[in-house]
Ligand binder design. Structure first.
Ligand SMILES: C[S@@+](CC[C@H](N)C(=O)[O-])C[C@H]1O[C@@H](n2cnc3c(N)ncnc32)[C@H](O)[C@@H]1O
Length: 268
């Protein structure tokens, strides 16, 4: 049976990009950029995605000169809950073309919205709770505004952990449940007034935009999400707050094997 959330995203796919940019006043673009800048920094200075002898050739992350293509430790990227692919597009713009890139989402309509965009990511229709990949297949997983839509954040984190390679990064860009007075006022008073009205006006799908606001209020606060990620085995490397807490970028790393555990953290 098709899940109601999947049906909902199929229903709004054609207006998704426009409404995303419109409702966030273009901030979503800046948040994705900030996350990708951070990842570039982590990949360049980390201990695994960049081989010292490598990097700098067009399809390699970083800007040192590449000594040998054979040594090129290029990145394997998954843009999970990737929708119309904007996170993958931004990643490639900032970090270069990955060795392998996949855009994974369960909504066919959303994936179709990625057609024609500047990304090498291959669209794959999948469920983030049970992905068709073997263990340790990816160096970077992006998850932009997808985590709170999953039926179970713990299960989603565990599944991403499974398919990440040791030392790999999961970057979660998300609206978390509001904690401070300003954010509570924004999400509990202002957002329910204008987001469903605007959503209904431009997409005809008021209930999808009511769901958007409710899913944020119902989701975990960012500190609880970080604790959950740690329980799932991740190291929390950085939490970056955007626009006073309207959204956050959470950078998680699957630990290196015990022998290298001290290396390769994202600069704070
Ligand atoms: C709010 S959109 C975010 C799209 C994109 N990442 C972005 O940054 O704009 C959330 C996406 O998560 C997808 N999604 C929700 N639950 C999913 C699941 N269980 N498996 C795969 N994709 C899922 C939806 O289809 C939708 O495209």
């Amino acid at each position: 049976m098709i899940s109601p959330v999947r049906k909902m995203f199929d229903g709004i796919a054609s207006r998704y990009d426009f409404l995303n940019h419109f409702l966030s006043c273009g901030q979503d673009v800046l948040w994705r950029r900030a996350c990708c800048r951070e990842l570039r920094h982590a990949l360049k200075n980390g201990d695994r995605a960049l081989d010292e002898n490598c990097a700098g050739e067009k399809n390699c992350i970083g800007d040192k000169k590449c000594a040998s293509d054979k040594n090129c430790a290029a990145v394997r990227l998954l843009d999970l809950c990737g929708g119309t692919g904007d996170f993958a597009v931004t990643f490639e713009k900032f970090c270069g073309k990955p060795a392998k890139a996949i855009l994974g989402d369960f909504s066919y309509g959303m994936l179709r919205g990625a057609a024609g965009k500047k990304t090498s990511a291959a669209p794959v229709q999948l469920d983030a709770m049970k992905m068709p990949f073997a263990d340790s297949q990816f160096d970077v997983i992006l998850n932009g505004f997808g985590m709170r839509n999953l039926p179970d954040a713990r299960g989603g984190l565990q599944e991403s952990f499974r398919i990440l390679d040791n030392g790999g990064y999961l970057c979660v860009l998300e609206f978390f449940s509001p904690r401070n007075v300003f954010n509570k006022f924004f999400y509990k008073v202002l957002a329910p007034l204008f987001i469903p009205v605007m959503g209904a006006f431009f997409s005809g799908k008021r209930e999808a935009y009511e769901y958007l606001v409710n899913s944020i209020i119902r989701f975990l606060p960012v500190d609880e999400f970080c604790r959950l990620a740690e329980e799932c085995g991740f190291e929390v490397k950085r939490v970056k707050m955007f626009d006073g807490g309207i959204s956050f970028g959470v950078f998680l790393q699957k630990p290196q094997k015990a022998a290298d555990a001290s290396q390769g953290s994202v600069a704070r």
